[in-house]
Design a protein around this ligand. Sequence first.
Ligand SMILES: [Zn+2]
Length: 430
Amino acid sequence: MNPIPLTVCFMPFAEKRVSLQTQKQDVVLATSTRPCPACHSHECHYLHKMHFVLPETSPLPAHYDVAVCRRCGSGFADSEARAADYDDHYRSFSKYEDPSVATGGGDEPMDRQRLEILAAFLSRHAPPGARIADIGCGNGGLLKELRKNGFEDLTGFDPSRVCVEQIRATGMNAYTIVLPAEHLWWSDHNEPSFDLIILSHVLEHVFDAQAVLKSVLALLAPGGKIYIELPDPTEYDLQNFPPLYFFDPEHINHFGRGSLTYFAHALGLSIVEMGQKKICLQNGVDYPAIFGLFETGMTAFEPGESLYSSLAKYVEESIEGVTQLRTHLLALMGDKTPFVLWGAGSLAQRLITEPWFPLHSLLAVVDRDSKKQGLRFAGKLILSPEIGLQNLPDNTLVICAAAVTADQIKEDYIALGFAHPFHSITEGEH
Ligand SMILES: [Zn+2]
């Protein structure tokens, strides 16, 4: 499930922490439906309600509340969805299978560079001959880089059977997995154990992160290490990403330094190293991430640092950002111009729930993701661009709803040779 990608530089934590004491005193305490994915408490504060229009067969919820746990300070999506709904989603809708839309496979130069840097970091912390597992490995880009660094005992786990088959084709071990990995049916080994277990951009996706970590720890050899990397909620960025970008249907957990410290304490781990990093995406934008390397052995417990203030500020600024997007879009196309939407991802899924969005002028939806094509979305069948852009009225606009890949999509569009004006929702006219 490696996300979007690229160059990274590791850095120490900035002194910009938020403590529970700085929370507003008037926030209302609520009881969540979903337990906190880190500590299982139901006491929370709500920040914002998210709405999505999802492809018709999606098992994910069409709305959730962004909540912050009162006990451990983690952020999470509170809804009535069950763990099985997310399992179903990742088994059936994995975008990581399709190299034309996936990242984390090392197929793009910037993605490969990110994975090279991460593999070099991990290699410094793993003994020669280490048995290494990448949980949520997508199509195996990180494992391939580790193999270049001399490691041979490499195993990938992913919910997607297609990803597993792709990795096996390269000669490495790979198994499908449902997290938490309570049933070790994936292997013939009686005592599976690894010296290094990697969860890179996985825990933000899972229903019960504590249960996932517990199950994964059962696979760790004595003295082994576990590496966790996630989006960094204290650095969610409105300059380079559309408003509310970090609250999408798949990213249902928001874990900061306090959450990682909580996990270490709850699971009997000590912190080897923890810090922030920037992942440089293909469009040159930095994606904020947090990482932790842990090993077995108790760590001294520090009081948790709540994400409340960071996430509340992000929500407040995002709402202003949506207003600006509305102004931009309506200036571009008014209320009546026919348009095609290129991209049925989370940005489109959010925007078309806005009451001002001119859905009545939508003619077609196109997307390169083969998993989405053929599904019904916003009343239209999602089509490939080659088909969906045929035979449109002359005054049709092509509106690109991609958060970070608009430039690539524009190149793709130009190569197709259609004459309609192309605009990106996020960046204006191209
Ligand atoms: Zn909690």
